[in-house]
Ligand binder design. Structure first.
Ligand SMILES: *[C@@H]1O[C@H](CO)[C@@H](O)[C@H](O)[C@H]1NC(C)=O
Ligand SMILES: *[C@@H]1O[C@H](CO)[C@@H](O)[C@H](O)[C@H]1NC(C)=O
Ligand SMILES: *[C@@H]1O[C@H](CO)[C@@H](O)[C@H](O)[C@H]1NC(C)=O
Length: 251
């Protein structure tokens, strides 16, 4: 009798200890990708000394780390630390529940890092850095959970990627104060969930699509793009100035 009790007691003890250890091992293991990420960038203001390998990122002691139910990392908010250099997104792939990345107001540069590898992302905020160059047209095609994208106040150029117009849950898109060129993709206005669209202060041209002008409940800003025409910018698209060369060809 005593032996049976003993056995079941040990069993209960084992179950209890394993079930309580497994989740905490999981958050400790999430410390490693975060520390690799930290080591890949340069920090020129403040520090991330609270990020220590082998400790629990969800303990509440890690600066800028947010967790889901205290169990698994869901957000990284590291702003105004003068982060510079280039980010290795691969380090963050080992954080299966990561949904929010805020790295705005830093000094990050180079092409847009490969955030498309993080398919669960809902918010990506990179405002006010020095990212530059063109963004590949299909960049966003697998980021189907994305709701908020802030790329404003950087140095991006080239066309607005058409894959942005395929994001079924996109609510806020901020591309202002870059050097995007070309026309505004008509399909942007067809995203049902879209509530905010800021394209101001770029180098966009051509007609502002009616899909945007006529969309209800959409806050849109296209000011500061000299080549745009249409109702929203108070300039008729019928007037297309011919340069002298074209005039001569016609006559
Ligand atoms: C951008 O960052 C600089 C330096 O960190 C800061 O002074 C400035 O206010 C920021 N601008 C915006 C629009 O947030
Ligand atoms: C923006 O891009 C256009 C075309 O590529 C280029 O001519 C222009 O110098 C750029 N402007 C800025 C402010 O970088
Ligand atoms: C539109 O963008 C311009 C330039 O970024 C800004 O000055 C202006 O306040 C914005 N307008 C609205 C209504 O937000």
């Amino acid at each position: 009798m005593a032996a049976v009790l003993n056995h079941s007691f040990i069993l209960v003890l084992l179950l209890f200890c394993c079930f309580s250890i497994i989740p905490s091992l999981q958050h400790v293991s999430e410390s490693e990708p975060l520390v690799r990420f930290k080591n890949s960038v340069k920090i020129t203001k403040g520090d991330l000394n609270s990020w220590r390998a082998g400790t629990d990122p969800c303990s509440g002691k890690w600066f800028g780390i947010y967790c889901q139910k205290g169990l698994t990392v869901s957000g990284i908010h590291v702003t105004r630390l003068g982060l510079s250099g280039s980010i290795t997104v691969d380090d963050l792939k080992d954080l299966p529940n990561l949904k929010t990345i805020r790295l705005d107001n830093n000094l990050l540069s180079g092409p847009l890092p490969h955030f498309f590898k993080l398919r669960g992302l809902k918010s990506l905020m990179l405002s006010n850095n020095s990212f530059s160059g063109e963004i590949p047209d299909d960049f966003f095609k697998d980021m189907t959970k994305l709701k908020r994208l802030f790329l404003d106040h950087n140095k991006f150029e080239g066309n607005i990627p058409s894959s942005l117009t395929q994001l079924p849950q996109l609510e806020e898109l901020h591309l202002q104060e870059n050097n995007f060129t070309g026309e505004i993709p008509v399909e942007i206005g067809n995203i049902k969930s879209l509530k905010t669209l800021d394209l101001s202060v770029n180098n966009l041209e051509g007609p502002v699509p009616e899909s945007i002008t006529n969309k209800k409940n959409l806050a849109v800003n296209v000011s500061g793009n000299e080549g745009l025409c249409g109702e929203l910018v108070d300039l008729s698209c019928d007037y297309i100035p011919l340069d002298e060369g074209q005039g001569r060809d016609d006559g």
